[in-house]
Design a protein around this ligand. Structure first.
Ligand SMILES: Cc1ncc(COP(=O)(O)O)c(C=O)c1O
Length: 342
């Protein structure tokens, strides 16, 4: 039994996955399929391939890992949920997550009866390995961090990841939802596969497929096999699989969208820095900006009245987060925010 299987919940050690999920769609092609109670005709009449053979092969080339080291989930939110449930017993064990960060970590833990502990990201200095390790408790099974962090953009460095992995004996989830926008590149590329590290990627951000719900979990084969055995068999639908294969066949969009985002991030930041009511503009490694203002509620209401929706971040005093849009939207946003009187 490997290191990772030892860490999986004891009561799941002899888990038997749904039998239908062992049949790849590729084996069904050209056959009379009376095995899954589907309708016999139509564009979407067949279940998607539960083993995701074709998609995992394509992702293998795209993320430069082996096909058995990658699996797609229904958004990376589903990967977070499956991992929490694989490693933590309800009411007994906990996950350690950053604060401020992506709120769904706690929401998913709460729904599963799993306890959440927090470690604080210093808003000036960013991630600190000591702070993270000090917050680990005997019941902590998973440490999560988000790099670049939503909403502060702080990044975790390769050295810090390696320090955490060598001192913390549980699973480390590296949420890299925004890594394609980051100038420093991804930890997956720098650190590679480790038995107790799982990297989460998503096609919801730079690849523009949020509505199709495609997340990606990348880790050692044994961990990926565990995710496959507990995931709902048809978690990623056929339309999503087709679009995912299309979009990753255009790697040139990464540089194009990165350049576009960097230009607008710096243009909007420059404008914001001139505004007296803006106290702080966080430097961004993502497709959004985080600012601190004197009265965030008043600003968000003012923008809402002009049909611009932004996200209040009450976990950061005066915090407001907003993403980059098309040039017209960005220019309109600039015109509106310039006229806000605090
Ligand atoms: C840090 C982070 N992780 C994960 C997600 C969820 O992504 P997905 O759409 O793949 O579920 C988000 C979405 O906003 C996010 O900000």
């Amino acid at each position: 039994m490997s290191e990772i299987t030892n860490l999986i919940r004891q009561d799941l050690q002899s888990f038997i996955s749904y039998a239908g999920s062992s049949m790849s769609n590729l084996k069904r092609q050209g056959k009379i399929c009376f095995d899954s109670n589907e309708w016999f005709e139509g564009q979407w009449n067949r279940y998607p391939d539960s083993t995701q053979l074709e998609l995992r092969n394509v992702f293998s080339g795209f993320y430069r890992v082996l096909p058995e080291q990658v699996v797609a989930t229904n958004g990376s939110d589903e990967a977070i949920d499956l991992l929490f449930r694989l490693f933590c017993r309800a009411g007994k064990e906990s996950v350690l997550v950053p604060k401020p960060s992506y709120a769904m970590y706690k929401t998913i833990a709460d729904f599963n009866g799993i306890m959440t502990e927090f470690f604080t990201i210093d808003l000036e200095r960013g991630y600190s390995t000591e702070t993270i390790l000090e917050a680990v408790k005997p019941e902590t099974r998973i440490v999560v961090f988000c790099t670049p962090n939503n909403p502060t953009s702080h990044v975790m460095h390769a050295q810090q990841l390696s320090e955490i992995v060598s001192s913390f004996p549980g699973l480390v989830i590296v949420d890299e939802a925004y890594t394609e926008f980051s100038t420093g590149g991804s930890l997956l590329d720098k650190c590679g596969i480790h038995d107790r590290v799982v990297y989460l990627r998503t096609l919801s951000k730079m690849y523009g497929l949020a509505g199709l719900r495609i997340g990606v979990a990348i880790g050692c084969k044994e961990l990926i096999d565990w995710i496959i055995s507990v995931k709902p068999p048809y978690n990623v639908n056929l339309a999503a699989i087709n679009e995912a294969i299309q979009i990753v066949s255009k790697p040139e969009i990464i540089q194009e969208r990165m350049n576009y985002t960097r230009i607008w991030i710096s243009r909007i930041s420059e404008v914001l820095l001139q505004l007296s009511f803006v106290k702080k503009v966080y430097s961004s490694e993502t497709n959004f900006l985080l600012i601190e203002v004197a009265d965030s509620k008043a600003l968000s209401q003012y923008l809402a009245d002009k049909d611009i929706l932004v996200r209040l971040r009450p976990d950061i005093p005066g915090g407001i987060r907003f993403s980059i849009g098309n040039p017209q939207e960005n220019n309109y946003f600039i015109d509106c925010i310039k006229t806000f009187k605090n």
